[in-house]
Design a protein around this ligand. Sequence first.
Ligand code: ADP
Ligand code: ZN
Ligand code: ZN
Length: 733
Amino acid sequence: MSAWISVLVHTPAHAALGPVLTYRFATPLPAGTLVRVPLGKRETLGVVWQDAAHESSGEIDNDKVREIAGVLDTVPPLGEAWQQLMRFSAQYYQRSLGEVALAALPPQLRDLSPLQMQRRLLRSQRGAAKAAKAMALAGEAPQEISPASEAAPSSLEPTLSAEQAAAVGQIAAHDGPFLLFGATGSGKTEVYLHCVQTLLAQDPSAQALVMVPEINLTPQLEARFRERFAPMLGAQAVVSLHSGMTNPQRLAAWLAAHEGSARIVLGTRMAVFASMPQLKFIVVDEEHDPSYKSGEGARYSARDLAVYRGRLQGAKVLLGSATPSLESWHQSRPAAEGGRYQRLLMPGRIGASAQDLPLVRRVDMNHQPRKAIFSLPLLDAIRACVARGEQSMVFLNRRGYAPVLHCADCGWKSECAHCSAFRVFHKADRTLRCHHCGFTERVPRACPGCGNVDIAPLGRGTEQIEEQLEALFTDIRRPNSVSAEFPEGEPVRVARIDADTTRLKGSLQTQLAAVHAGDVDVLVGTQMIAKGHDFRRITLVAAINPDGALFSSDFRAPERLFSLLLQAAGRAGRDATLGKGSEVWIQTFVPTHPLYAALKQHDYPAFAQSQLEEREQAGMPPFSFQALVRAEARSQEAAQAFLNAASANARQDMATWDGWADVLENVTLYSAVPMAIARVANVERAQMLVESPSRGALQRFLAGWQGVLHATRAQPECKGLIRWAIDVDPLAI
Ligand code: ADP
Ligand code: ZN
Ligand code: ZN
């Protein structure tokens, strides 16, 4: 007599619970065991799941139950905490449990047979034994780890500043979650290192998870953690998890975390799902960064899941930022006012006094020559910076040469044939490229509308900024190494870093290295260069045209702009001796805007308070809770009809359900509207906003609405609907 086993698999079903299928096996298997099971004609990975309904059910037809094909018994079963994290994520983000759980596992695990897993394990054990032997021979056995506070400070461990010591003390004394509000360069990373070290010393099996928003930031962080911890714990104890790794690398890191040999996991948002049975500490660095929110599949927020996971596993959670998200800032208001996070402050920069913060200068573009890209005072300032042998950074959030190509005679513009957007003019390869669908063509020699040969770029992108600066600076020389070839100094070196210059793997690292090495005088780029990178010699940062966000329809645009500018300002003057005279330049048509005034004072709290007041008055997050349903269809009418019908059905059907009146009363469904870019790659897109003052009511509503949405799809007016998806706590509206 064989046992019946419930197995979670990934099928396209949308039900928040399931799909859990029943299989048979010779012996019972513990929940969390990884198995290979037949599904239709293929074989797939599944996770043995505790499922009361299936276990007690006598209705399953014995003859139809299929056999489990294999058990990956070289991998220990996934723990109860991991299973619960999957249940919560699926429920909260309204996706199927099978999709969430199976997507959280490394891709290679999904493909390997038990035999292949066994071989892989043997290989890695041999590798580890070899490495240990080599270390022993070299006399490099991992040392006993000592708590950071008691250890004699090694050359790698700086003495903590008073602010850092206070933050560390608070973290040790309380449960959290903590929001570490610390200026860029205030030494937040050092606080993370210190806390992790103390934890690992106290508990010889404890694990820590440290997340950063972008892959590009992982090498820097990894180097710092490795440098500090590899001598104490061995090189295997620190692993990374991000999508830039090969599948075998990811599997190896995941298994090390799951089995506990990895004590520290560094990663991007996907790392929040890593199985870490002994997880005791979670860091979310740059917690405000939108990259923590997934843009596909289950649209989860790794920051929010980190907080949930911390509570689930009894791990302390530390969120860090110089410009916290307004959600986290609001959560960290005083406990007496309902705050649930503990706010820790580190306003000072290491090795600098408050007076050394970069000076923010606003240039009123109303008083500059019309159509000028660069104001005259800014050009002078960059020239002076170059003459001192220091570096400048100029950023503009738009890549390409110009966002549109335009014919003044007939009004033709470089629209994309497949999207409701313009194709961007890229001068480097003379193409028109759609940044939404990728549609690319050579630039036409004459206007396709009227034959006029004089078609011109409208607006500007980073390529054009780079070209202009190169042209403007041919008359000056930088002083550095006066060579025989250039007796009066060498030409100014302008370089550009954006998505176009960094397509090739490794090219971003090479380009950043050139900036660090001092081979660049003026760096031009998109927000890519404003984030996180620790450039030592940059003393001037300029935002060419940041005004757009002030008037955006997205209520989060000002928050993102402020954060971007303050982060960019954080790039200036990180070197204590050079930093004294560093400057941030803002070219603007609204120099008196309160956002820029707060920026000038480096006053995030004042900015946050004014934004929160506006949001409270308007009933927007964090004072309300939102979800967005997006629909894609062959026609805009069909996309909107589906959403509006689902909304009408909610009101009619759900109102008759027992006990649902309360929920419905607390939820507002807005009308369907086209998305900001309504058509992409010939697919029409619409969205509907769902809002509630109560997170619980919104959650209950969405769970109930799922079935209604599925049923609505079958209605005749929704013919042409391609797909729909729910985005809970959407970041872009
Ligand atoms: P943040 O993460 O807040 O931007 P970092 O932790 O990167 O700041 O610190 C900024 C710089 O100051 C780094 O070069 C770091 O090595 C150095 N630093 C941090 N803490 C100390 C300290 N207590 N003493 C000396 N230098 C420090
Ligand atoms: Zn024309
Ligand atoms: Zn397109």
